[in-house]
Design a protein around this ligand. Sequence first.
Ligand SMILES: *Cc1c(COP(=O)(O)O)cnc(C)c1O
Length: 472
Amino acid sequence: MGNSSDSSQYISTRGGISPVSFCDAVMMGLATDGGLLVPARFPKVEADTLDGWRRLGYPELAFEVMRPFVGDALPPETLRQLVQASYATFDTADVVPIKTLDGKDLYVAELYHGPTLAFKDVALQFLGNLFAEILRRRGGRLNILGATSGDTGSAAIHGVRGKAGIEIFILYPEGRVSPLQERQMATVPDPNVHCVAIEGTFDDGQRVMKQIFNDLPFKEKNHLGAVNSVNWARILAQVVYYFWGAFRVQELSGSDAPVQVCVPTGNFGDIFAGYVACRMGAPIARLLLATNENDILSRFFNTGTYAKGTVRPTLSPSMDIQVASNFERYLYYRLGEDAGRTKTLMESFEQTGTLSLDGTDGTFAAGRGDTAATLATIKKYYERHGVLLDPHGAVGVAVAEANPLAGCQTLCLETAHPGKFPAAVAQALGDGSPARHEALEKLKELPLRKVILPPTIPVIEDYIVKTLAGQA
Ligand SMILES: *Cc1c(COP(=O)(O)O)cnc(C)c1O
């Protein structure tokens, strides 16, 4: 194992902060110089340690993978308990079951066994427990404000519901998220959960949220914080299943060869966690990045140019992203950990919407799966192999089929339960589609708890203040 005092100290990709501890990095979210926080170095896992890790159950493995990144910021027993509590809410002891997809070279990692049936639970169940623990130690309160178009809001709510010292306010566009997504948020009965349906679009919600975060006196007075995808703890929790998945595929296939992992991508968070696992020494041969028609990332890996386009709505909405908020972390490593160049390139990207790099990185390959491929893949795997994919996972499987790696098995990450996207699955399979989940059916009977408000700063700020005062 490397020097854990380095791997548990966090610096900014733009070089403008002194190193901070794991807990400070978690509470900071975005680095105060506008960059993203990264560990000062990656711990290197030796071969005999890896062999020991193979035999661990998921929560034990999570503890071992995370420990060098936490260092002495938390006692080991505390970290162990946090991890155990976070994954006890999953509906299977394996947490992330790994299965064969076609009986041959393709495997699938079911990342959807958490409370909201999507992979964001893997990170947000842990982040919620971590926030509560840090507040318990340091005192103080945290009031989370987020704007969502669907998946992230419900995973964040389920991560912090009922936690002492935490309130959560989630803004979403009234009438513009699916009824199912709204129910996953607004049926949660815990009094620390506040769903705000705004009379406007997702962009209106985002705008109001950003403006409130920019109102620094308001933000500080009301202890506002975010749970966005750049929080280091979210990346860290995701590193675990890359080790887990590669071990299980090697076991199932009876081969020692390193594994290719195919990742359907939006904000580059999930696949950056895979990059960290590779740097640590996980038995992974290559990361295969999969995008839908919003292909800024697959274009980058195939041409070297990262150029912003306009967002096109697809059947895999959680990947309908043009500017990937975690891309800067990768850029920093690609530039040889040169914070000065990272800052210059990112600032110029913010002005021009484009940046170019020379050379390639053999750790990555990339491809794109469009709407036709998504639908055909859902149909094919259901009819031929009896496996029901969700549209995000299907993008990944389509790209995996087109990009085999000689001598390697491929593990495809399945990021959501198909029951969360019944309309897309029905479009692929026709009426009477089997895409349903009992937990989602049950929500239909529960009452909604929400307020409907216009997306203006004074109204939303006033609602936050009054709600917090009512609970003080
Ligand atoms: C968020 C999400 C993704 C994309 O994950 P990133 O970390 O943004 O790359 C893919 N699939 C589903 C179902 C998601 O909710």
